[in-house]
Write a protein that binds this ligand. Structure first.
Ligand code: NAD
Length: 422
């Protein structure tokens, strides 16, 4: 694989991840050998997942698990069900997990999984069979001390329950620590389901305050109305922010006076999409990115803010709920325009922080109160925000470069202390 590719004609998450790593490695004065080592995943597994359909046929799906780094502890990262997912996308997402865990100082490396399936086109029974077969294929490399999956796009607590059950059945005893984001009844943590969104809102409010905008006077738009975007919109609205637009993959909805987020949630529970909500005007989904708002939260997929639309992004603050929503070219354009971009590895780290709390609770077989979980989440993510902001001011760099530099230095320090075997 060519690790240091020439400038991309077409941006991809992996090229963006490599460019971000390159920037941090250069800022730290590390050499090419360090870049190559940190850019190369430690372990990659590509599997075929044969699925018996309800109609009695067999579909062969492609699945992946990439463990990018273990220097600081077991690998940790989500599992994505999405029709277009491929090995390079999973590599990028796994690498971002390594930096995210290091940035918020969790004793984890980074990993990610993917299964090329569109969950909306399969019955629950088919999804269960696909999940269990995928789990059995990656079984040798996961486990509480090896690699701990969690929900991501297209997966949820039910998916995690099936993984935990399949893993446990194969070991002959119950292993709650093999996944996080489980249902509460199986040892899931209070506060995990909304942790990513809670963190996004906390960091967004801190970033707005940093540029002198109070929550009360602020406006926001949110792209993506899934596990992350939906609760982020709710928490922002609860803090007094006027959420004027949201979108999902079916379209967008806009109301200048602010959307009634509770009514919107009821609409989405009934119809499965924000489209058709009568408390606002329909807009093109892509338009939520370019509205005149104070805060933009992309919380859907990678690469949505890119060379073609970055100049039209009018928000003063972009808080990356999604992983990799801003391409390298767009990052440069936003920096030139003075837009404050709070990078994914900081902004959406609330999910993995509370996943760590869930794993710690599973290992202790002791449940923490919701206030304990939320207090510790707040303390940890705001400490990371302050640390990244200080570093960016000290170094005169973007928040992304500052965050990446802190994270990469921590991972490389751990690697150096351990030494190279043999
Ligand atoms: P999800 O599957 O629950 O929701 C995804 C949402 O994005 C859906 O509303 C979908 O309709 C929408 N969407 C997809 N493509 C879109 C497009 N082109 N335009 C507008 N909307 C689109 O997934 P999620 O768990 O909310 O994850 C969203 C993002 O957040 C991903 O980048 C994921 O990696 C990241 N993330 C998730 C977590 C977590 O705890 N779930 C943690 C950290 C980061």
């Amino acid at each position: 694989m060519l690790l240091d590719s020439p400038p991309a004609v077409q941006a991809t998450p992996l090229l963006d991840a490599h460019a971000q790593l390159r920037g941090a490695v250069d800022a730290l004065g590390y050499g090419e050998d360090v870049f190559q080592m940190l850019a190369t995943p430690r372990r990659e597994l590509s599997v075929a997942v044969p699925l018996r359909t309800d109609a009695g046929g067999i579909m062969t799906l492609r699945g992946y698990r990439v463990q990018h780094n273990f220097s600081r502890g077991p690998a940790k990262g989500g599992l994505r069900f999405s029709p277009g997912v491929d090995l390079d996308e999973v590599r990028a997402l796994a690498m971002w997990m390594t930096w995210k865990c290091a940035l918020v100082d969790l004793p984890y490396g980074g990993a990610k999984g993917g299964l090329a399936i569109d969950p909306s086109e399969h019955s629950t029974a088919e999804l269960e069979r696909a999940t269990r077969r995928y789990t059995s294929e990656i079984l040798p490399i996961i486990g509480p001390e090896r690699d701990v999956p969690a929900p991501d796009i297209g997966t949820d607590e039910q998916t995690m329950a099936w993984i935990m059950d399949t893993y446990s059945a194969n070991h002959g005893y119950t292993v709650p620590g093999v996944v996080t984001g489980k249902p509460l009844s199986l040892g899931g943590s209070l506060g995990r389901a909304t942790a990513t969104s809670r963190g996004v809102a906390l960091v967004a409010l801190a970033a707005l305050e940093h540029i002198g905008i109070g929550a009360g006077g602020a406006t926001a738009s949110v792209q993506g109305y899934g596990k992350v975007g939906r609760a982020a919109a709710r928490f922002l609205a609860e803090a007094g922010v006027r959420v004027v637009a949201v979108s999902d993959r079916f379209g967008g909805i806009h109301r200048t006076a602010g959307l009634d987020v509770q009514a919107l949630e009821r609409h989405v529970d009934l119809h499965g999409t924000v489209r058709g909500f009568d408390g606002g005007d329909s807009i093109d989904g892509a338009d939520v990115l370019t509205l005149e708002v104070d805060l933009l939260v992309p919380a859907a997929v990678e690469g949505v803010i890119n060379e073609t639309n970055a100049r039209n992004v009018l928000a003063r603050v972009v808080v990356e709920g999604a992983n990799g929503p801003t391409t390298t070219a767009a990052d440069a354009i936003l920096a030139e325009r003075g837009t404050l971009v709070v990078p994914d590895i900081l902004a959406n780290s609330g999910g993995v922080i509370v996943s760590y709390f869930e794993w710690a609770q599973a290992n202790q077989t002791y449940r923490w109160a919701l206030e304990t979980v939320e207090d510790r989440l707040r303390t940890r993510i705001l400490a990371a925000w302050t640390e990244v902001l200080d570093a960016s001011q000290r170094r005169g760099t973007s928040l992304r470069r500052a965050a990446m530099t802190i994270a990469v230095e921590r991972v490389y320090d751990a690697h150096r202390s351990r030494g190279l075997y043999p």
